[in-house]
Design a protein around this ligand. Structure first.
Ligand code: SAM
Length: 326
């Protein structure tokens, strides 16, 4: 029985956060405190994650994205991806900060990963350090190279734009997409940062990004599925694509097909859900697969109509991006 919510949306996409730990501390995401993560006993084991993935496959989930935290810092992620492959998902992707990608790319491909999104918020070493609080730009670039040299396709590079920090690099990122023949995605900053610094003024609207790129290069829109997060464009005169992800200024909730499983076993029906639903206690207290499926269906049924970032009564979610899994 496929998963539907009460607004008629079919849920086919699952994001699984496999850890809340990360080797970066991006200013728009998590605090500087390296100890800010849950105890590892709170995390679902690989076997528990695999079981929930199997139950969700039975409920019609077709696409799975493995994320975190930083998914590559948890040992065993390749075996988990291989297990997802055996479960028959049509599309298996990962989101990574790229730090460990060059050394792990071959293993990820062998495990059955289809594609990868790599976060890269600046092409300038000093600014990269200011944003991520690491000196890893070279390693991330090596990760991009390794992904492009591998069968992983498409390779997408994600930049979260924050006004006054990296919005001066929009054209440089576009050049990067053209030179490297990859998809550069610009993501609007959302109120999910641990330090609660988000303000509307810090958001760089996707329309501004498009205007600035179009001032230099002609873009052609690429048709996309309505449930996809990005509007996509190719450069009319050559290689490379851009994607605009505009959850703040152009919300796409009406066609959302996603749910999220957090590393500590909570089901979230929206990035901005006020509450998450506990699957871990059910798994650990002996619920059968049928009982889990029934519970998941009842939670998904109540998926929020949309986030309320633009409403006067908006309350940021209790959990920030790093605990939810982007
Ligand atoms: N560690 C991996 C990475 O860096 O890609 C995966 C997890 S990260 C939370 C997933 C995505 O969420 C990244 O593309 C990151 O840039 C994005 N992200 C984190 N905080 C965000 C925020 N406040 N607004 C928009 N995107 C955010």
């Amino acid at each position: 029985m496929p998963l539907h919510d009460k607004f008629g949306r079919q849920i086919t996409d699952l994001r699984i956060s496999v850890t809340d730990r990360c080797n970066f501390r991006c200013v728009y995401c998590r605090s500087a405190d390296p100890e800010n993560h849950v105890d590892s006993r709170e995390l679902l084991t690989w076997a528990e994650l695999e079981r929930l993935a199997r139950v969700l496959a039975g409920l019609g989930i077709r696409k799975v994205r493995v994320t975190g935290g930083e998914p590559l810092v948890r040992d065993g992620v390749e075996d988990f991806i291989a297990a997802l492959r055996r479960l028959g998902f049509a599309d298996i992707s990962a989101t990574t900060n790229g730090h460990l990608l060059a050394e792990r790319c071959d293993r990820l491909v062998r495990a059955g990963l289809d594609r990868v999104n790599i976060s890269l918020d600046s092409l300038d070493a000093g600014k990269f350090q200011r944003i991520t609080r690491t000196r890893s730009l070279g390693k991330v670039m090596a990760g991009v190279d390794a992904a492009q040299a591998s069968p992983l396709r498409p390779v997408k590079v994600n930049a979260v734009l924050v006004r006054g920090i990296n919005d001066d690099e929009i054209e440089a990122f576009a050049e990067f997409a053209r030179e490297r023949d990859l998809t550069m995605r610009f993501i609007e900053f959302m109120p999910l940062d641990a330090d609660r610094h988000w303000t509307r003024e810090l958001v760089v609207p996707a329309a501004e990004v498009k205007r600035r790129i179009e001032a230099r290069w002609k873009l052609e829109e690429i048709p996309h599925e309505r449930s996809e997060t990005a509007r996509k464009f190719r450069f009319a005169d050559g290689r490379g694509e851009i994607g605009l992800v505009a959850p703040v200024t152009q919300p796409f909730c009406g066609f959302c097909s996603r749910i999220r499983l957090t590393a500590d076993g909570k089901l979230r029906t929206c990035l901005f859900s006020k509450e998450d639903r506990d699957l871990k206690s059910r798994v650990r207290n002996g619920a059968s697969d049928a009982e889990l499926a029934c519970y998941i269906q009842s939670v998904v049924e109540e998926k929020e109509e949309g986030h309320r970032i633009n409403e006067p009564d908006f309350v940021p979610p209790s959990r920030t991006m790093v605990f939810i899994g982007g």
